[in-house]
Structures are given as structure tokens and as C-alpha cells.
Write a protein that binds this ligand. Structure first.
Ligand code: SF4
Length: 204
């Protein structure tokens, strides 16, 4: 595990998300929109949302049809529009119109699961956390870090096996590597800096 961690840190030294945002609220909105939608497409939609609804206070007053129209190029836009307004209402009702800083509170928000909550904690607030998305899950299996298919189990196994200060840089590196090299269908093992130490579990 040490070797994997060191190489991930060397190649992806700065924790990075491919979504554009400038505060925890914008990150929350971007993450809701990006579910089953590429970050690239999400980044084309969010500037309009951020300028029209810059705060939870403004977003909770959004007209559903208008918001739904703005995000209509996103998959599941009906549900996302509904959830965004409900999230903004919950933020204002329960958290003084601010994004809460705990996994327990974040996962109480409509449509927000553990993965999204962990990404908000780490990238919105700099709080050590491990967000397990489809890329992290797949890579954890292929690299032999975990044989579980459950995101929560993998999250705990990663947390136990590396120092807390490396949690964010590690999972963020796995997301990037999974997106660009260790792809779901055709992993580019020939181009991969982990090739000589990766057991390639389940790779055909
Ligand atoms: S060697 Fe192949 S399977 Fe292993 S991490 Fe790299 S791309 Fe993924």
C-alpha cells in the first residue's frame, strides 16, 4: 500500500476536482448536478446557477420550472431541480443558510449520500475524508486494496491503511487515475505508473 500511495502522491500531488466551484455551497450544487453527468457538462451549467442563485437563501426561492430549464441538459434534471431547492430550504431552516461540516448533517440533506458528503468535507472544508465514487471503488478492487464492492467498507479500509493527512490526496488521485488511465472498460495498463506493482484483480 505504501508504494501505491507514494506513486499516487507523486503523480497527483495536489488534490483536485474537475468541477469548478469557489465555496462549499457551490461545490454542493455542482456535485448534485454532476451525478450521472460529466464534470465538463456540469461546468458549462454551473456559472449560470451560481450567478442567479449565489446563496442558499436565493436558491430556496428559485422557481422550479426556471431552474429545471437551466439545468435541462443534465440527466435527471427534474429530480435535481427539486432536490436543489429542497437542499437550499433545509440549509436555511436548519443551518443558518450555511453548508454544515459533518457527515451526519450533510447526509440528512435531500439526495446527499456519503460519497458526496465526504467530497464536500474534504474539498469544501479541508477536513480529512475519503469519498468513494465508482473510480475509487474500481481501483481499490483492481489494486487489491479491498475486495469489497461496498463503498462504505472501502472507505473504512482506505482510512485504516493510510495516514489521515493523505486521505484526500489519495482518493482524489484515484479518481483522476480511474477517469483517465484505469478506465472501467479498457484500463491503459501499458501507460500506468502502477503497472509493475498492480495485481490487476478482475482485469481481463
Ligand atoms: S496497472 Fe492497469 S489495472 Fe492496475 S491501476 Fe494501472 S491501469 Fe489500473
Amino acid at each position: 500500500m505504501n508504494q501505491i500511495l507514494e506513486r499516487i502522491k507523486k503523480h497527483y500531488p495536489t488534490p483536485t476536482l474537475e468541477l469548478n466551484f469557489s465555496n462549499p455551497f457551490e461545490l454542493l450544487v455542482a456535485l448534485v448536478l454532476s451525478a450521472r453527468c460529466t464534470d465538463k457538462l456540469t461546468n458549462t451549467i454551473t456559472p449560470r446557477i451560481f450567478s442567479k442563485y449565489p446563496t442558499p437563501d436565493k436558491l430556496k426561492e428559485a422557481n422550479y420550472d426556471e431552474l429545471n430549464d437551466i439545468i435541462s441538459s443534465c440527466s435527471m434534471h427534474n429530480t435535481k431541480a427539486k432536490n436543489l431547492i429542497a437542499i437550499a430550504e433545509a440549509l436555511c431552516k436548519n443551518y443558518n443558510c450555511e453548508v454544515p461540516k459533518s457527515i451526519e448533517e450533510l447526509t440528512k440533506l435531500p439526495g446527499i449520500g456519503r460519497k458526496t458528503a465526504n467530497i464536500i468535507l474534504s474539498f469544501g472544508f479541508g477536513i480529512p475524508a475519503v469519498g468513494v465514487d465508482t473510480h475509487v471503488l474500481r481501483m481499490a478492487n483492481r489494486l487489491g486494496i479491498s475486495n469489497s464492492k461496498k463503498a462504505e467498507v472501502i472507505e473504512e479500509e482506505i482510512k485504516k491503511s493510510i495516514p489521515e493527512e493523505d486521505w484526500i490526496v489519495f482518493y482524489s488521485g484515484l479518481i483522476l487515475h480511474g477517469r483517465h488511465i484505469c478506465k472501467a472498460r479498457k484500463p491503459k495498463c501499458d501507460e500506468c505508473f502502477l503497472n509493475d506493482i498492480c495485481p490487476k484483480i478482475g482485469v481481463k
